[in-house]
Design a protein around this ligand. Structure first.
Ligand code: BGC
Length: 757
């Protein structure tokens, strides 16, 4: 290993080569880490400490408006007033800034570069909600691994992902960034994505630090309106919203981001209960907490702080370590220390956490570890990475309807009409949060179809109707094209900008003039398939009633067109399942499968919990998804009818492919606690497995449940399992299961500490 001394203040040398195993072991050696971090801290002035807590966006434009901006930034950098950049990308660019930090600042402390690498860096993968529809956490881990390797080559040390917010309201646009509505599925994906980003260890050159966000209950925004208030009880918070965060912390997520919302009067950036009591004291998280963008400054709008100084004090005291963009810590905390409002010990602790993450990332050993111009040229958007994105895309597709086996289509169909503005759009398939993704890299559906069909097939395209306005002028042409074709693929849904941050919708139906387009094409009577693209569940009841085949494809990334064509023509058999409940109409939301029974569960009787004008049931239940083949389930077999606190219950079920094609099924296991000291959900997902079965093949699945799977927060907020009767459900979705009962023995409730698995 070549060691190049560039004189870090406490005599640590920088290695310019790849991190060795021994080195990564050293990096995880916690006593050495503590000594190192303390030795750096001991040399820091208050200004340098506050600099480490300061994260700025962009390095400033030397020539643009306010041309002195870059010069001012560089000056800050030399004076140790910047601890981190976000939104600065590129091996050479980040290297140049890093060089200033480590060669020209007094203490030579390296910078950490952050970016929102949400579903890929340059090779864009399916959006996270789509990835969750694969019910394949290992696939999500592989995607995050590739994203991390690409990002690391391009100068990024740290991603602001995974987003693990439970979302029960599809009006909220950020539902697209997470794994849907379920705590168990969400926890599995949270942990997998952290493992993927952080790889074999934070010190390796292809690993980047993960940020689990947004802590917490951001998805419970009232009215589904982004940034809005969340009114969530401590019990619902702990039973529903926190499990994915805890799973990510257990998977060693290096950092965590506070959320924009308040919970019951307390904005997260001021929430010491969340950021210190739960995160640090209960979960023993020793990583770094970053604010969300201007989140500390927004405490003024929340009106829990009268001025910036107070906002800084409140956030620091709550447990926010790094200030993203507000620059409040940098400018206001000095006075707080001088006025003895802010103990130096609190600032020191925040600085330690920042330095620790930098240390764990190997930045003190080699500040240029993740800035490799050669790999930036060769390791990005490789054939292998594209192939992985295509595979991830196929696995995320959910078949919602397939009457008379309309799908798969024949590749040698004589003429095919491909319709819809989204069909030819290469940007839309990337979805939102596309890091360095480019539309020219992406395969739209039309191209995927053209590549897949036989040389004798004529493919004709018409745009039809706008997804963003009421412009329906192209419908007549689309009808003409459809009328002349043997079959129609109609691509409708949302554009990528209609979901993600600040993209809430009040309606959940097809936007623009697309509903008219669907009706007009349906009226041609041609065999038709609807391909949906969207970042949230869409309420498409009318379409479900009238169209023979519907494929949910979300936004599948650079290989979307190929992945969709694979499924349309039967080269891949769809096996994805919905990670969210799909409502019939927007008025049903929030609607989720793990709801409570109420005192008047819905029946046909009048005084029960339902609607006057629509059924209370969803359009598609959580976990739903069809296949080109069919599957049959046995009744679950339990190893015992009664278990004690220390026992495990083994559950066996046979799944058989009863059709004539190989296919994937996601077997799902749910549990119901029949009676509790507090009301319990009608069922909760506890295990799942995606499996591939040949025609006629039968597989016996075996799962083991323990006391932890029965735990919840009781009347006095202890995490317990309560003796009594339970029911295990196993099946193809949450509404189609077989079940078997069992009893948990005992006289009193059984404490179940919330430990990492
Ligand atoms: C978003 C975060 C994101 C941050 C940095 C914020 O507006 O809420 O999710 O990581 O910006 O881009």
């Amino acid at each position: 290993m070549i060691m190049k001394r560039v004189g870090f203040a406490v005599g640590i040398a920088f290695a310019t080569s790849t991190t060795s195993v021994a080195q990564s072991q050293r990096l995880t050696n916690r006593p050495a880490e503590t000594r190192f971090v303390d030795s750096v801290l001991a040399r820091m002035t208050l200004a340098e400490k506050l600099g480490q807590l300061n994260q700025v966006s962009g390095a400033g434009n030397p020539t643009g408006p306010g041309g002195g901006e870059r010069a001012a930034r560089m000056d800050q950098l030399r004076h140790g007033a910047i601890g981190s950049f976000l939104n600065v990308v590129g091996a050479d660019t980040t290297k140049a800034l890093q060089r200033i930090a480590v060669e020209q600042s007094r203490l030579h402390i390296p910078l950490i570069f952050g970016l929102d690498v949400i579903h890929g860096m340059r090779t864009i993968f399916p959006v996270p909600l789509a990835e969750a529809a694969s019910w394949d956490p290992q696939g999500a881990e592989r995607a995050a691994r590739i994203a991390a390797a690409e990002a690391a080559a391009m100068g990024i040390d740290w991603t602001f992902a995974p987003m693990v917010d439970i979302a029960r309201d599809p009006r909220w646009g950020r539902i697209v960034e997470g794994a849907g509505e379920d705590p168990y599925l969400g926890a599995a994906f949270a942990a997998a994505r952290v493992r993927g980003f952080q790889g074999s260890g934070l010190g390796s050159r292809d690993a980047i630090a993960a940020t689990v966000k947004h802590f917490a209950a951001y998805g419970a925004a009232e009215g589904g309106r982004d940034y809005n208030v969340a009114e969530v009880s401590e019990r619902t918070l702990r039973d529903v919203y926190l499990p994915p965060f805890h799973a990510a912390v257990c998977a060693d997520a290096a950092t965590l981001m506070a959320s924009f919302n308040e919970i019951s009067g307390v904005p997260s950036h001021a929430n010491r209960h969340l950021l210190t009591d739960i995160l640090r004291n209960e979960w023993k998280f020793d990583g770094m907490v970053v604010s969300d963008w201007t989140g500390i400054g927004e405490l003024l709008n929340h009106a829990v702080a009268a001025d910036s100084a107070q906002a800084g004090d409140v956030a620091m005291h709550a447990g926010v370590d790094m200030d993203m963009v507000s620059e409040i810590y940098l400018h206001a905390l000095r006075a707080s220390v001088a006025a003895r409002r802010m103990p130096m010990a609190e600032i020191d602790e925040a600085v330690r956490r920042v330095l620790r993450v930098k240390y764990r990332l190997g930045l003190f050993t080699d500040p240029y570890l993740r800035r490799d111009a050669a790999r930036e040229r060769t390791a990005i958007l490789t054939t292998e990475n594209r192939a992985a994105a295509r595979e991830a895309g196929r696995r995320a597709i959910v078949l919602l309807k397939n009457d008379q086996s309309t799908l798969p289509l024949r590749k040698d169909v004589a003429s095919l009409a491909v319709l819809g503005a989204l069909a030819a759009d290469s940007a839309v398939v990337l979805g939102n949060w596309t890091a360095l993704g480019r539309r020219e890299d992406a395969v739209p559906v039309l191209d995927g179809i053209r590549r897949a069909v036989s040389s004798r097939t004529t493919v004709t395209y018409a745009r039809g109707a706008s997804p963003t306005s009421d412009d329906s002028s192209g419908i007549a042409e689309a009808v003409r094209v459809a009328s002349g074709a043997d079959a129609v693929v109609l691509v409708v849904g949302e554009t990528g900008e209609m979901s993600a941050e600040a993209e809430s919708r009040s309606r959940l139906d097809l936007p623009g003039a697309q509903k008219e387009l669907v009706a007009a094409i349906r009226a041609t009577g041609k065999p038709m398939v609807v391909v949906l693209m969207n970042g949230r569940p869409l309420a498409i009841e009318r379409m479900q009633e009238t169209v023979p085949a519907i494929l949910e494809t979300w936004f599948l990334g650079v290989e979307a067109g190929n992945a969709i064509a694979d499924v349309l023509f039967g080269d891949a058999n769809p096996g994805g399942k919905l990670p969210v409940t799909v409502p019939r109409v927007v008025g049903q939301v929030p609607i989720y499968y793990n709801h409570k029974n109420t005192g008047r569960p819905p029946t046909t009787e009048k005084y029960t919990s339902k609607y006057w004008d629509i059924p209370y049931t969803p359009l598609y239940p959580f976990g739903f998804g069809l296949s080109y083949t069919t599957f049959a389930y046995s009744v679950p077999r339990l190893s015992a009818t009664t278990i004690g606190a220390g026992d495990s219950l083994r559950v066996e079920v046979d799944v058989t492919n009863t059709g004539s094609r190989a296919g994937d099924e996601v077997a799902q296991l749910y549990v119901r606690d029949d009676v509790g000291s507090v009301t319990r959900p009608v069922m909760e997902l506890k295990r799942f497995q995606r499996l591939t079965l040949r025609p006629g093949e039968r597989r016996t699945l075996r799962w083991s449940l323990g006391i932890g799977d029965l735990a919840f927060y009781d009347l006095v907020m202890r995490r317990v399992a309560e003796p009594g009767t339970f029911r295990v459900f196993v099946g193809t979705n949450s509404a189609d299961t077989h079940s078997a009962p069992f009893t948990l023995r005992g006289m009193a409730s059984i404490p179940v500490p919330d430990r990492c698995p």
